[in-house]
Design a protein around this ligand. Sequence first.
Ligand SMILES: [Fe+2]
Length: 558
Amino acid sequence: MPSRSPVSRRQVLAAGGTGLLAATASSTRAAARTRKARAGGGDGTPEQIHLTWGENPATDVVVSWASPGPATRPRVRIGQRVILAEPRQYTDGINGEAVWTYHARVGGLRPGATYVYVATADNDSNAADPFTATFRTAPRGRAAFRFTSFGDLATPNTAWVLSYGQSAYAVDAVESFQPLFHLLNGDLCYADLNPTVQPEVWRDFGSNNQTSAGCRPWMPCLGNHEVEFDNGPQGFSSYLARYTLPDNHVPGFGGLWYSFRIGSALFVSLDADDVVYQDAGAFVAGPAALTPVAGTGHPAIEPGTSFYIRGYSGGAQTAWLERTLAAGRGDPSVDWIIVQMHQCGCSSSATGNGSDLGIRQQWLPLFDRYQVDLVLNGHDHDYERSFPVRGADVDAGHEAATDAVVNTLRPHPVTTTDSGVFDTSQGTVHLILGCGGTDAPLDEYGTDAADGQRQAKVFTRANRPVPTDTPGVYTRAAADAVEDAIWSARRDTSTGYGIAVFDVHPDPEDFGGQTSITVTQYHAVGADPVNPATGAKGAPTPDYTEFETFILVRPRRA
Ligand SMILES: [Fe+2]
C-alpha cells in the first residue's frame, strides 16, 4: 500500500479532535463550548482542510478550510508564492453559530506535478508548525489516470444521526488507492438530520476527510441531505460556504453544478434535487416543532414541514447540461463523459429510495443523445450496476397501491449479457455507489414475487408529508410505483459499504483501438451494523476487498 502524503501527524490530530469513534454527546457539547471560547479570541487555525479542482485541473487547484474564529491574513504558501485566501462566512440558520471558511485559488501550476503547500494565518495557533501537505495536478493531454468514488459518507462521530465508524475507514480507503481525485456523490454528512448542531456535524465531516481531501481534490455533488432549513434559498449555505467549485457561468446558481476536464474525460456534476419527484430534504416529522435560536430571527418550523426544492433552477440546470454535453461530444479530444449526481435513475434497493422518474424524464434522454458513458449515484447505501441502457420501455411499471399500469420510462438495456466488457457508445452504465459510511446500509434489493424478476421502486410523483395516526406526527411515503428491473446487472448483497476505483486508459492495446476504463468495486464485508439481507451483525472494518471488475470501452476519438 502506498504511503500517505506527508501531512504532519500533529496537525491531523489537532484538526481531527472531535472525529473520534468514542465521541459522546457530552464531549461534543464540551467541544462546542471550547470552540466558542476560542472563537471569542479569534482563532484562525486552519482545520477541515480540503482541495478541489480549479477551472483547469492541470493548472488550478483550490485549497479550502474553516477555522474556529475569523482568520487574520489566511493564506496558502507554495514555495516562495503566497496566495491570500478569500473569506466566506455564514451563520447557521437554526443554531445561530457563525462559520468562517477560506478559499485560496492556486493557479499557474505545472500539469502532472506534485506540490507541497502550507495553509496558515497570522492567528494560526499552529503557526510554528502549520498544516503542510502535498497534492498533484492533473496531467495534460490524453493521459492515463485513476479516480475513485462513493457517496453517503457521514462522519465517524456516532453521536450524530446516521454517522458511523466506517466513515473513517472509507477515507483511508481513498488514500490507499492514491487516486488523482475522488468524486463524493452527495449526502456528505447528514447535518440536516442533526438540525440543532449542523456546524458541528460539518466540522466532524471535514476533519475526518482532511487526511485524504487535503492531499487530493474531493469533488462533491449535492444530495438531498445538503438541503438545510433556514440556510439559503435551496438550503445549501453550508455546502456553498465550504466548497469552491468550477464556475458553471449560470448567474445565481454558482457551485450547484459544474464540469471539468481531465485527459480525454469530461466530468459533469449535477444537482438532482432540481429534478427528482422524491421529497427527501430537510423535514420536521413532529410532534415537536423545530425552533431556531432566538438570535436567528427565524420562526419555529412546524411539524409536517419539508424543504422541497424540485424545479428550483427553472430549467437552467437542464439547459446548462445540454450545452455542456453537446460541447463535450462535439469536442474530438473528449472520449468519455462521466456524470455524477446523488439520486438515482436505476436503483432497485428495496430498503432504500429506489429510482426517480424525474431524472428519467429530464436527463436520461440527454444522456442518450450525447452518449454519456457512465453515471455515478449515491442515495441508496449499497452497490448496484446496470447494463448499458438506451431509450425507455413505456408502460412497464405498476402503481404500488393499485397495480394500475404506470409509465416509469423504464431504461432499456441494450444487452442483458453480463460479459464484463461493455461498449458505452451503445448505452450508459449506471452505478449506485451510496456505499460510503453511514450507519444505515440498504443492501437489500427488490424482487417481484410474481415472476421472480428483479424489481425496482420508482417515484413518479412527489411524496409530500402526510399525517400519521399519531396526532402531530407526519411521514413521507415510499416510492409509489414498481417495475421489473430488467436493466439491473449486479447487486452486492453482502455489504452496504465499498469504494469504486476507475482506471482510465486512453490508449489501450487490448481492445482493438478502443479506449477503456477499468472499474473495480472494492467492498467492506462485515461492516454492516446489521446486514438487512441476512440479519448478521457487523462492525466497522478497514478491510476492502474486490467485489467485481468490469471494463468500459468506446471507440477512440481523433
Ligand atoms: Fe440521499
